[in-house]
Every structure is written in C-alpha cells, then in structure tokens.
Ligand binder design. Structure first.
Ligand SMILES: Cc1cc2nc3c(=O)[nH]c(=O)nc-3n(C[C@H](O)[C@H](O)[C@H](O)COP(=O)(O)O)c2cc1C
Ligand code: SF4
Length: 437
C-alpha cells in the first residue's frame, strides 16, 4: 500500500532512505514551453509511449487505439510520444502491435489529424506527436509466439535454454534495418507526425546491440560498432525527412545488468550505473548528428521491470524500495541533462509518486535533471492529470495510477492493455483474461 498521504510523509520516507528526490511545491514550471528549433513543445508534460496492443492485424490504429489517443489528446500534454510502431513485420512484439507501411499510411494520417483536432477542441494547443520506430528483437512475437531475433546470446536472460544461434541477426540484416528506419521516418513524416524516435531502449534490438561487447563483425565489440545501428538509423531518418522534422531516440543509458551483458555499467562488474558510454553516445547524437531532443530511460521491463517502472506492492517481493528506483532513474536522466544543458532531455518513470508526481517532476525540472517530464502509467489511469498540473491544481489521489502493474500483466497475457484500476473497460477485460491464470 502507498501510505504517503502528505508531501511531508513522502519526503520523510525518502530522507530516511538517504535519497534525494527533487520536489517542488510549485508545478508552474511544467506549463512553460520549450523551443526545439523549428518546433516548440507547448509545455513540459510528455505522455510516454505505451503500447495498447490493439492495432489491426495490418498495423493500423483500431478502435481502442483511437480511444486511447483521444484521451491523451484531450489531456493537455505538450507532447504525445506515440507507442512502439514496428518497421518490419518480423519485428512486431505481438500480432496487434502498430506497424506503419505505405499501404496503411492514411490511417496514421487520420490519427495524427484527429489528435490535434481533439486537443484543440478541448481548449489545448496542438501537441507535438512523435512516432516510436521499433524492432522488438529478442521480444519479437509477430504471430503471438516468441520468435526472438537477438543481437547475441545472453545467459542471464536465456539461462538453461540458450536461443538457437540461427536467431542471431546478421550484419546484412542490420544494414537493411538501417534503411527500414529511414523508410519509417519518411512514412511518419508523411503521416503527419512531428518526429520519429529510432528506439534504442528497454532491451529491444537496438538497445541490446549497445551491450554487444562479445559480438563479432560491424555491430559488436567496440563502442563505434555497438552504437552503429542507432547512429546510422538516425542518419537514415534524417536523410529521408525534411529539416524541420524531429529525429530523436528513446534511449537506455543504463540496463541494470552486469558487464558484458549490460549497457551503462563498469567493466569491473556490479550494477552501479556508469554513464560514461551513454553520455558519449548522447554527445555524438546531439553535437555531431544534430539531435535536439532525447527521451532517456533505463532498465528492461521483462527482466528487471521496476528499474524501468518503480512500482508499489506486487504479488511477488520487490527487490528494492520503489523510491530507490525513482531516485536512480531521475539521477541517471539528470546526469545526461547536466552534461548537455542545450539538449532537451525528457525524464521517465515518474508515475510512482501518485498525487505528488507533478511536484517531483517540477522539482526535477527546477534542479536541471530534465527539461520535460514524461509520464506513462499515470496517463493510462488519469489522462486529465496533465491539464490539472498545467492549471496548477492538485492531483486527485483517488484517480492516480497506483503502480499495481496490471496494465503490464494484460500485455503479458497477450491481451490489449490499459488501466485495470481506473478505466472500467480494462477492469472488465482483466477479469475475463485473468480467469484461470
Ligand atoms: C502497458 C505499457 C506499455 C508500454 N509500452 C511502451 C512502448 O511502446 N515504448 C516504450 O518506450 N515504453 C513503453 N512503456 C514504458 C513507459 O513508456 C514508461 O517508460 C514506464 O511505464 C515508466 O514510466 P511511468 O512510471 O510514468 O509509468 C510501456 C509501459 C506500460 C506500462
Ligand atoms: S493498471 Fe492502472 S493503476 Fe495499475 S499500474 Fe497500470 S495504469 Fe497504473
């Protein structure tokens, strides 16, 4: 149970754990715009990408997808980061994952138009919309059963069942994938998105490559090789789109696994974040490739889910206090932002503090940990949270996400995902799909 009824209780608990969690009584900084060159973020609230696993089989948005983005559009958030959208059919994480193609382009165009219209109808400025281009790699399940495509064998994940070496993607496949990222960016621009994210997080293919220390060939071993797909994917996206189009990445700077299986840790072992390589990569993306915006995250939702999503009581024992996780993610994001103050960095993992989520986000903005605050589960549970914060109103604890993890469980059960606790549709759905589990 979450017991923090007052800000004082929340801060006292953090202090007792010797953690510094940024906190501001004033959330007005979240309402400030941020310039991204040709485009402007109307405010500092971002809805992070969250898959609903509810697209049509051809990858186009379906009824529940549209319902979800209508809710986000009306929220007032300045940026809607559209969920993982496959660039190749074999890289889909489930048979209902979004997938953009020349054939279904018009359905995405209709959705981006609708998001802007709904936002304006609700009295908000039109948000920026960014499409997350992905290849699910190890977590590919295009027909609903695992069909992994891995960068390398990882005994920490595979344990006694090593994945067949034939599932290791070849260098030729990765070279062709680079072109696919360019193609996805071109399609995203045509479909009315403001930008594209060459996804490199949460241990999907591009993220896994960052730790491919023991892989041979052009995509493994050296820093240059391990970061090749991301760098060249970004270059391909830039080459395929206009100069005003934002090319960005949601990127892991720390995975939470020891060397040689994790990115963002020291070679000497252990799980303490060492962001030397992550910051070097961000520097290259920002200073050499001209990236103006990055969405920084950590962890692997399948293997260490609460590094990525600090959470309250679960059916199993948590390995750390969620405040420890919250502090870690803000600290990692902050290290990147402080190194590159001109870059617009977006923070992650902010739903855990519930009614104080806006205070933590605003505190982190004031302390220079990030320029924009990204919210995932909170937006599923309580899309109105953004408008509340922008108007300086307190969040209603009875409407906030309680970080119970049931939306993720719906995904694991192979169902469509949404908030089981606050959204009646998914409460009923969860009851159905969890029968006998
Ligand atoms: C059901 C669900 C689906 C998600 N889908 C994506 C996704 O498509 N892409 C992504 O980068 N992150 C995804 N995430 C992670 C969120 O964007 C976010 O990083 C995470 O929930 C932590 O932020 P929060 O504490 O605000 O929820 C998903 C999370 C959940 C719960
Ligand atoms: S099911 Fe709802 S309350 Fe539970 S974690 Fe997901 S969004 Fe939050």
């Amino acid at each position: 149970m979450f017991h923090y009824k007052t800000a004082e209780e929340f801060l006292t608990e953090a202090e007792s754990l010797h953690l510094h969690i940024p906190f501001s009584d004033r959330v007005s900084s979240l309402a400030e715009p941020v310039s991204l060159g040709a485009k402007t973020l109307p405010n500092r609230i971002v809805i992070q990408p969250m898959e609903g696993c509810d697209s049509s089989s051809d990858g186009s948005p379906a009824e529940l997808t549209i319902r979800r983005y209508d809710r986000f559009a009306r929220s007032g958030a300045g940026l809607i980061w559209f969920e993982a959208c496959a660039v190749l059919p074999e890289g889909r994480a489930n048979p209902r994952q979004s997938w953009i193609t020349e054939k279904n382009l018009d359905s995405f165009k209709a959705l981006t138009g609708r998001i802007r219209e709904e936002a304006v109808k609700a009295g908000n400025p039109a948000p920026l919309i960014i499409m997350q281009a992905t290849h699910s790699g190890r977590y590919s399940k295009p027909e609903g059963v695992p069909a992994p495509m891995i960068a390398y064998n990882n005994p920490l994940f595979e344990k006694d069942n090593p994945i067949d070496k034939s599932r290791i993607v070849t260098d030729d496949y990765l070279r062709a994938l680079t072109e696919k990222f360019g193609e996805a960016a071109r399609l995203a621009e045509k479909a009315g998105f403001d930008g594209v994210d060459i996804k490199a997080c949460h241990r999907y293919l591009n993220s896994e490559l960052l730790s491919a220390y023991e892989r041979e060939g052009d995509y493994g071993g050296s820093f240059e090789n391990r970061t090749r797909l991301l760098r060249e994917g970004i270059m391909a996206a830039k080459a395929a789109t206009g100069s005003d189009f934002l090319v960005t990445s949601r990127m892991n700077v720390y995975d939470g696994f020891p060397y040689p299986y994790g990115f963002g840790v020291t070679k000497e072992g252990g799980l303490v974040p060492d962001l030397t390589e992550g910051k070097k990569l961000v520097g290259i993306l920002h200073k050499e490739l001209g990236v103006k915006l990055l969405d920084i995250t950590i962890g692997n939702p399948y293997v260490n889910p609460h590094v990525n999503r600090p959470a309250d009581v679960q059916a199993y024992e948590l390995t750390e206090d969620p405040l420890v996780g919250l502090e870690r993610i803000i600290r990692c994001v902050g290290e990147v932002q402080k190194e590159y103050p001109d870059l617009c960095v977006i923070g992650s993992g902010l739903s855990y503090p519930r009614q104080f989520a806006g205070n933590v986000a605003a505190g982190a903005v004031e302390e220079g940990c990030f320029k924009a605050a990204g919210f995932g589960r909170m937006a599923f549970a309580y899309p109105e949270f953004a408008g509340k914060l922008l108007r300086g109103e307190p969040l209603d604890p009875a409407k906030c996400c309680i970080t119970c993890g049931k939306c993720s469980l719906l995904m694991r059960y192979g169902s469509t995902a949404g908030c089981v606790v606050r959204d009646r549709y998914y409460t009923d759905l969860f009851r159905e799909v969890s029968k006998g589990k």
